[in-house]
Design a protein around this ligand. Sequence first.
Ligand SMILES: Nc1nc2c(ncn2[C@@H]2O[C@H](COP(=O)(O)OP(=O)(O)OP(=O)(O)O)[C@@H](O)[C@H]2O)c(=O)[nH]1
Ligand SMILES: [Mg+2]
Length: 387
Amino acid sequence: MPTNLPPQARVKFEEYTQAKTPEEKIKKLKEFYALIPKHKGTEKLEKFIRRRIAELRREVERKRTEKGARRLGPFIKKKGAAQVVLLGYTNSGRSTVLKLLTNARVKISPYPFTTSNPFEGAMRIRGTFIQFIESPPLIPQDYSAKPTKIALALARNADAIALVVDGTESPVESVTGIISLLEANGITIGGDSGKVTIRKSRGISSIIISMKGRVLDGTEADIRALLESYGIKQAIVDIEGTVTMEDVEEAIFGEKMRKPILILVTKTDLKEGMEGFLRVKETFPEMRVYPFSPSNPPDKEELGSDILQLLGIIRVFTKPAGRKEPDEKALILERGSTVIDAAGKIHKSFLKSFKYAKIWSDRLPYSPMRVGKDFVLEDGDVIEIRA
Ligand SMILES: Nc1nc2c(ncn2[C@@H]2O[C@H](COP(=O)(O)OP(=O)(O)OP(=O)(O)O)[C@@H](O)[C@H]2O)c(=O)[nH]1
Ligand SMILES: [Mg+2]
């Protein structure tokens, strides 16, 4: 440890070494981190703290899921581009949603507690599919009940959460109730496709903020101040979609804990249900809310691409040189991926031999367009690599 630490920092480090639980250790480490002076001599220390916090976070997460997995039955292995868990109270229509979106042969009944074990289905969309899981119901009267625990474990493991609420049964209260239950259990939900990326770089002289979205509860000055409080003075901060200051702070530690969420309001074929849907939409303008009924289910392609967008995922269609049509199966990439990222995914050897790529897309002034390796791809692009 560097010898020039201020006394408060030393006290904090002491508290950290005494801490018993990983949660407490994380807290102390964060406080300690904020107290240490940031300069060349403390770089290693900073790195160590960040790595340690990340490890501790994984430990907390592992403990949670392991507990869940051991006691609460099987986990459902991820398949497809994304795993989305359907969460809701009993009789809210989870099975009906699953059946209509995925053709899973699940039992639907007017009686409560029909689904007691997780049930999965795949929703095909262009180039890939999305895996939906019906969780056992959340029990509002008893949140410590076994089905609720299984549901929470599934939610932690999923990429996104779809709340299924009955439009005829106080849907606004259901949404609020479920969200606070999730938050109370350490699952922070995000309203939109927010993503914060912080790249520290010595090559620049200040903090550069690239704002491609918005911060709900802060300004660019707040972001700068937050980064500086952690001793970060040279960095590029990318903000995409809607994020909060907490997401920015999370990104400083290199982790993203937020679960994207969407809301399906069922029984909108009934007048009351439709009224319920409108109330939910009005109450949660930041969220994606869809009306649902068997006679008028959401369009799968649209819902699917909304989910991918929410998760910051894009589909890129590769076309081997000389072939007319691109592959039907999409390459699944993170938003912001470039041509060379895609090339490397197709084949490692392209990383070295890459010459240029051709892109077909309606968004371009003409197609195909010849581009270099740093060209940023978008959902639906067709790409041909020349090496
Ligand atoms: N009118 C109407 N009825 C629906 C709709 N969705 C579900 N239902 C009915 O609501 C009841 C419960 O539906 P399920 O899909 O089994 O509900 P669930 O959430 O899976 O319920 P459990 O698994 O038992 O907890 C059934 O009688 C369905 O037919 C809808 O959009 N409109
Ligand atoms: Mg069910």
